[in-house]
Design a binder for this molecule. Sequence first.
Ligand SMILES: [Zn+2]
Length: 506
Amino acid sequence: MKYEVLIGLEFHVQMKTKSKMFCSCANEADHTKPNTNICPICLGHPGTLPTVNKKAIKMSQLASLALGCKLNSYIKFDRKNYFYPDLPKGYQISQFDKPVAEHGELIINAVATDGLTGSLELENELKRIGITRLHIEEDSAKSIHTKDKEASLIDYNRGGAPLIEIVTDPDFSTPLEAKTFAQEIQLLMRHLDISDADMEKGHLRCDANISLRPKGETILYPKTEIKNINSFRSLEKALEFEIKRQKILWEDGKAPKVQETRGYDDHSGETKSQRTKEGFADYRYFPEPDIPPLTFSAKEFSALGTELPELPQAKRLRFCHEYTHTGEEAKIITGNIHLANYFEQIISELQAWISTSELDWDKEKNTLIKLATNWLINNLITRLDEKNISFDDNKISAENFAEFITLLHQKKLGSTNAVKVLDIMIDNGADPSNVLRDYGLEQVDNDDEIKKIIDTVITTFPDQIAEYQAGKETIIKFLLGQVMRESQGKADPEKAENLLIEKLKK
Ligand SMILES: [Zn+2]
């Protein structure tokens, strides 16, 4: 039998506000001594009063707009009651029936193997994923279990940190779609500067729920929720495993009859049962009496709309159109907003340079953009990666990188030496013209100088010259190599080849 797969995702995003959600403690749990960023409010002492972090509300509303959600003009907080050592109050302040926003959507394209949206040729393969709701809640503390399993330690620094929870409709049909969406959520949160959204560090957490049904049926069967997913790869792998497992259950006539929670084990690549519906908690939600509901005017919402920057998908699409980037190039460059801005600064520097020269931007732009894109992706980014330098610590200014591109374009710098120049620039951020001068790496395109080098090569390799003249034309590559070597990589290779052939024909 054929089955239809239904997957929904739930995200928790740690917002990077200065203070926690309901108190003035620093929202900094990663590099802080345990249990130092705490106060009576986030520790839940009796008689303390929470106050709402306005910045967190705004961030959650911006995220909602970016996800095409309808913002609620009346929102309130509720208590979600359950007992756990990492929850000092015995309840978590969350939102139940009046969340920040509802009914959104995000379009993804998971058909291409790289999960690309904005690739022009694949526009008709886009898929809409519905967003059920987006709400705010406070984070729990962090439990650390000792290796000997004798004790559990609790660090309350994270307790009360602001979280955004995003819940999607069960619209995904494949693990790849789910992974693509999760990566898009990460990109959006980073783009909006809401969160570092690092999955490994727990800034972005994701649970998946999944059920199967025979193709053609429309009812929803009990879903299985998968927890402990800590990377995009695990998300995809866990879902792949679960589809296989549930298919077998269906085929054996043992389709899941109750809702179940399973944990994903990264090492075995399997999910393991944690609890079933019978054991599900009843959270007894009720309105948080210490925080009055919040209301927003249409005017406030429209002002918020103007603060929304260009979103990653729109940016990718624009880069494809404006800079004739391939989907893959646009994805790499817009994958980091600082890199995208850097690229656009380089292009405007190049345009400024052209306007002061005798060249015409419309004629040169395609070549220059291509040159800049290639050197940026295939050399600068790759070299920074190899040297373990993050792009944000890149020392080369956009102005210097643009100048480097103009030197290549004017053939004042050959590609072999360009790699050396770039390496020096990466190390000290130097101006490329200075590097060329200081290291004597300027490309030689002066005919007379190249001819002199050719003469030396001809005298040094008489046998090879004879072979060439006897008809073995392929040996020209060897001779050209000698000219390049003799010039220490500085000769313009195209010019050298032409002059060499010309000379040998005489
Ligand atoms: Zn506190």
